[in-house]
Design a protein around this ligand. Structure first.
Ligand SMILES: Cc1ncc(COP(=O)(O)O)c(C=O)c1O
Length: 439
């Protein structure tokens, strides 16, 4: 085995090493705390592996002998789950489809990676739309497009590079499709939680651009794609009214409404899916991160085309069909979240963090536009430089957080976080802010 002290140098000999300077002690990290094997120091984990680790480290339920035996068996033998089925897979699919996927969404597809989930949601829409309009009317599918939002992040694979547009470096040097991109009408909040911007004007601007795009790409828009809340793009929240308009556009123009819930889904908001907080149902949802195994689920509208990807073999597929270990782990997570009431508890903890941040903002300045729900909480600093300085200062105080958009900080909380840990985080944030009023 390699010693903790040798980890970074060993990796550096063979790959780019631009990650954290600590080495995670997998065995002794616990709950909301990541332990550094180099120093023994513990970091309060408000980043949760980029919103991917829902129930903390070494949760007692994952240490039970029966679960350990099952996951060890599935780790030793990896079937091509797309075609070779097991009891372990069936137990997971049944748990996910009946406890996490909402009613009225009968179709699922599993794959490894969030971007590939989005990629397959788009393929579902292309396949559907091409058959709907007739392949001869869309140049065999080549003329189809995806309407998407500014500041969106959907991943870095082939199709998703054409819809991701946050940091230019991530997409700049790769060939992309020129697909219609429209204004994202993000809400801004004052420190009492009231709406602080002219959101109707923002939505009107977006809708005008959407209508122009449907005119310009008449009969060619296969999907309207968006994150219910833009994570990497700035923790940008939208109103239910906006989603209702998108639903109407999708219905009117025969496009599928696709939500990318890779970052927001799987109880991140306290509900299984963020769209359930907003009340507007989509046609297809892409998920990943906290679900461990990634994929899509879809509703009845795909059946307007009988030979859609969920009925016809080989239109979408991959060798592994997801990852069986991830499936077994996800099933355990579902059990834990339900049996321990973690969805309700993260809703309360999220509110405590938001209230605490607002009161820091009122007393100290610097902290503005505090927003969020459940495990997904963010605020904005006065400048990109102030944001970088704060993230550095939080790291020094052993609180792990993430950047979001040009000048926001985002937290992605573990569902097991306690009220005491929220209080500790608020103390560290307050301590990390510069003394004195913002420049
Ligand atoms: C909303 C959203 N979609 C897609 C992705 C891509 O997921 P992955 O990095 O697993 O490919 C991410 C990752 O951050 C994301 O936040």
């Amino acid at each position: 085995m390699i010693q903790a002290q040798a980890v970074h140098d060993t990796l550096r000999r063979h790959q780019l090493v631009d990650g954290y300077p600590i080495v995670m002690d997998l065995e002794r990290s616990h709950g909301s705390w990541i332990r550094d094997a180099l120093t023994g120091d513990e970091y309060l984990d408000f980043f949760t592996c980029f919103a991917s680790w829902p129930i903390g480290y070494n949760h007692p339920a994952t240490l039970e002998p029966e679960f350990r035996a099952e996951i060890e068996l599935c780790a030793r033998n990896k079937p091509a789950s797309s075609d070779l089925y097991t009891t372990h897979m069936a137990a997971f699919v049944d748990a996910f489809a009946t406890h996490v996927t909402p009613a009225d969404f009968p179709y699922h597809f599993w794959v490894s990676g969030g971007a590939l989930a989005v990629e397959n949601a788009l393929k579902t829409a292309f396949d559907w739309k091409a058959q709907k309009v007739g392949p001869q009317n869309c140049d065999q599918g080549n003329a189809l497009v995806v309407l998407h939002l500014r500041q969106a992040f959907h991943g870095r694979t082939g199709y998703t590079l054409s819809v991701t547009n946050t940091v230019p470096d991530k997409t700049a040097l790769f060939p992309k499709f020129s697909w219609p991109r429209v204004h994202n009408p993000a809400l801004e909040y004052d420190l009492d939680g009231g709406v602080a911007n002219d959101i109707e004007a923002e939505e009107a601007r977006s809708c005008a651009e959407i209508e122009a795009a449907f005119e310009c790409y008449a009969g060619r828009v296969a999907a309207i794609l968006l994150e219910p809340m833009q994570g990497e793009g700035g923790d940008n929240h939208f109103r239910p009214e906006y989603f209702r308009k998108l639903r109407a556009y999708a219905d009117e123009h025969e496009a599928l409404l696709v939500y990318d819930e890779v970052q927001t889904g799987f109880f991140g908001t306290g509900k299984p899916w963020m769209w359930q907080c907003l009340g507007v149902a989509p046609d297809v949802v892409a998920f990943g991160k906290k679900t461990q195994v990634c994929g899509i689920y879809a509703g009845a509208r795909v059946d307007e085309v009988p030979n859609n990807v969920f009925h016809r073999s080989s239109r979408i597929n991959s060798t592994w069909g997801g990852n069986l270990v991830d499936m077994v782990r996800c099933r355990k997570f579902i059990e834990v979240i339900e049996s321990e009431g973690l969805a309700a508890s993260i809703t309360v903890r999220g509110r405590e963090l938001i209230e605490g941040l607002r009161s820091i903002g009122r007393e100290r300045g610097h902290v503005a536009n505090v927003r969020g729900v459940g495990s997904l909480v963010a605020f904005t600093l006065e400048s990109p430089a102030a944001r970088s300085a704060l993230l550095k200062s939080l790291w020094e105080r052993k609180l792990m957080a993430l950047p979001s958009g040009p000048q926001s900080v985002r937290f992605r909380l573990p569902f097991v976080v306690t009220a005491d840990e929220i209080a500790t985080a608020l103390e560290r944030i307050s301590d990390a802010l510069p003394a004195g009023a913002p420049a």
